[in-house]
Design a protein around this ligand. Structure first.
Ligand SMILES: [Zn+2]
Length: 641
């Protein structure tokens, strides 16, 4: 049972409940070797892990272990009561070319020994093999998946997506696996990509699998056990990881950090303050007996992995996962390459990107310009009803811009900031996320200048005349330069502003139905619009923190004049009464919704005959709320009296 609590990018933080035991996601399973374990399971548990993964094939092949597992169960064998996941021998299949067990037999065995999450015996196809082989392997994996999915069992089962480095095969595999009702979706065959630092290919493999896997099941990225990749893979929607690296690296004297790996012998300092590194100097660690050194290194390595997973969860919670990924991308050019790959998948990623976050948008270099939030902003500029015949462009400055410039747009002038981060920011919408909450640099990158030119040139086509402040001469804008801002001074564009905000946040035409003839009430403290009235009736409030338009019930009634299913979340008859009483709308009762709904957007809740029940905040995107069987889709705000 899988429930999302917070989202950022395509990343999800939430809870995966397995047989009454809860894993916080994203979650990392430490790999336990049933024969030779460098870190005691108890030690692993004490670090805070409540789920581990081990290899059922090794147990199956060893008569003593097998006997013991069959008699007492896997939990007793490992001395661990948390979630036990097992691999099926696919790794051995990859390493040695064959295994001495059938898929059916090893799935049965995993279930018999009481595993919590088992895995099918898929065929791991290496990268770059011929297409025919990749396709043949994939067909075999899908045949096995179908067979395994039919077996009756107590354990949860993971189905694995293969397909080598072929995008089309990965998509086919994902469609096939998604149709079989597995509890966990795994992405396999990526270890060689990890080992060869082919993170760009890894990104493509994940993105193509995710495209067809749907949203409702946790996704396990098999064999991606190094912290350099956790933030990245989480951003793309991977929820579960396993790490054998912590132990394998320790054996080789390698020291793992979230920025990369060091050889212990080359370390002058231990750049970490975990219990191992706090109690030992680099020199002491080097001088230890091999076995003790391996043990301590493994412990440090695993703590390093855990820390990064926690950092990722925190980043998802606060909405700074893109920033974390961009930081991590600076650790190795291969990661930077992977980040640049994402640019080509902007539309796919935008659908899952929340519309507002707890933390600000931090520009960290030219790659930030390719984030979905920027592409969305530019797309949504075209949603705003066109007003003003002449475009006035002002340079970026301290926010809020209107306080510096003392200007608003008018019927004649459309006033915008030439923004080095978002290209162009109409003053009317400056107070909404992510426009107010963004931080950039004063000295511009060449790419930023090219980006501004492109966005402004495209935008300027909508206007008969362009006025630009002389300081923007470097942009080579066609138009008339000016020095004196006050000539454009105009008071009272509040209806215009409200309408632009609604269009930008809720889609074309929302401003007109919600705010035609609106009057604003301003906050005495901030001077910003706080509430909006039409004919004396309160239709919406504006959230101070992020400028989000929150419609009242009267406002929601107006929004329903937009064509079905715009702005709507439709609940099933059985949940109608709950929604009407102002209770949360659970995803399993959502029967339809506006496909443009994004997480954290304000929505109107209606029943199947399009009757207004309530308003609320979507916690999931449209695609997610239609697919999920668990968790809250809409957090209630106002209910119809
Ligand atoms: Zn350490």
């Amino acid at each position: 049972m899988f429930e999302i609590k917070y989202k950022d990018g395509a990343g999800r933080a939430g809870v995966f409940e397995v047989h009454g035991k809860k894993l916080e996601m994203p979650y990392l399973f430490p790999v336990i070797n049933p024969k030779r374990q460098v870190l005691d399971v108890k030690e692993i548990e004490e670090l805070g892990f409540n789920g581990i993964i081990t290899n059922s094939y090794i147990i199956y092949r060893d008569p003593a272990l097998r006997q013991s597992a069959l008699e007492g169960g896997i939990h007793a064998l490992l001395g661990f009561n948390g979630v036990v996941m097992t691999d099926s021998g696919s790794f051995q299949l990859y390493q040695y070319g064959s295994v001495e067990v059938s898929s059916r037999e090893i799935v049965r065995f995993q279930d018999e020994i009481g595993v919590d999450i088992g895995v099918i015996l898929d065929i791991p196809t290496p990268p770059d093999v011929g297409y025919e082989r990749a396709e043949r392997d994939l067909e075999e994996t899908l045949t096995r998946a179908k067979e395994a999915a039919r077996l009756s069992r107590k354990m949860l089962l993971a189905g694995t997506v293969q397909g080598s480095t072929y995008a089309g095969l990965r998509e086919r595999a994902a469609s096939g696996i998604a149709a079989l009702g597995f509890d966990v979706h795994a992405i396999g065959g990526v270890v060689p990509l990890m080992e060869e630092y082919r993170f760009a290919d890894l990104a493509r493999v994940i993105l193509h699998a995710k495209l067809k896997l749907g949203h409702a099941k946790p996704v396990h990225l098999f064999g991606a056990g190094h912290p350099v990749i956790f933030a990245f893979a989480s951003l793309l929607g991977c929820d579960l990881f396993d790490s054998a690296a912590y132990a394998l690296y320790a054996r080789d004297g390698r020291y793992i950090t979230a920025r990369g790996t060091y050889k212990l012998e080359e370390l002058h300092e231990l750049p970490c303050s975990c219990e191992v590194c706090a109690e030992h100097s680099a020199r002491e660690l080097k001088g230890l007996e091999a076995e003790e050194r391996e043990h301590l290194l493994a412990k440090h390595n695993l703590i390093s992995c855990l820390e990064e997973i926690k950092r990722v969860r925190q980043a998802i919670y606060e909405g700074s996962l893109w920033e974390l990924v961009e930081q991590r991308a600076r650790a190795h050019p291969a990661l930077l390459e992977a980040l640049r790959v994402l640019k080509g998948y902007s539309a796919q990623l935008e659908r899952l990107e929340p519309v507002t976050k707890r933390s600000a948008f931090f520009y960290s270099g030219m790659e930030s310009l390719s984030r979905p939030a920027v592409a969305r902003h530019i797309e949504r500029l075209s949603w705003i009803e066109r007003r003003g015949a002449e475009l006035v462009l002002l340079p970026d400055c301290e926010k809020p811009y209107s306080r510096t410039y003392r200007l608003t747009s008018s019927e004649r002038y459309h006033v915008c900031i030439a923004s080095p981060v978002f290209g162009i920011i109409p003053l009317e919408i400056e107070e909404t996320y992510p426009l107010t909450q963004h931080e950039g640099v004063a000295t511009l990158d060449r790419e930023q200048i090219a980006f501004m030119r492109r966005v402004i040139a495209e935008y300027a086509q909508r206007f008969t005349k362009v006025h630009y402040h002389t300081s923007l001469g470097f942009l080579g804008i066609e138009g008339e330069a000016f020095d004196e801002v006050s000539q454009f001074r105009f008071e009272g564009g509040e209806e215009l502003k409200l309408r632009a905000l609604a269009d930008y946040q809720l889609g074309r035409g929302a401003g007109e139905v919600l705010f035609a003839g609106a009057k604003a009430e301003y906050s005495r403290r901030t001077g910003r619009i706080r509430r909006a009235f039409v004919d004396g009736e309160l239709v919406a409030t504006l959230r101070a923190s992020d400028g989000i338009v929150v419609p009242t019930i009267a406002g929601a009634e107006r929004l329903l004049r937009l064509r079905y299913p715009r702005c709507r979340v439709v609940v099933a008859e059985e949940a109608r009464q709950f929604a009407k009483e102002g209770k949360s709308v659970f995803a399993k009762f959502v029967v339809d919704c506006d496909p443009e709904i994004r997480a954290m957007q304000e929505v109107v809740v209606v029943d199947e005959s399009d009757e207004l029940l309530a308003t609320g905040t979507a916690l999931l995107s449209a695609g997610e709320m239609l697919e999920f069987e668990r968790g809250v889709a809409v957090k209630p705000r106002h209910r119809r009296r």
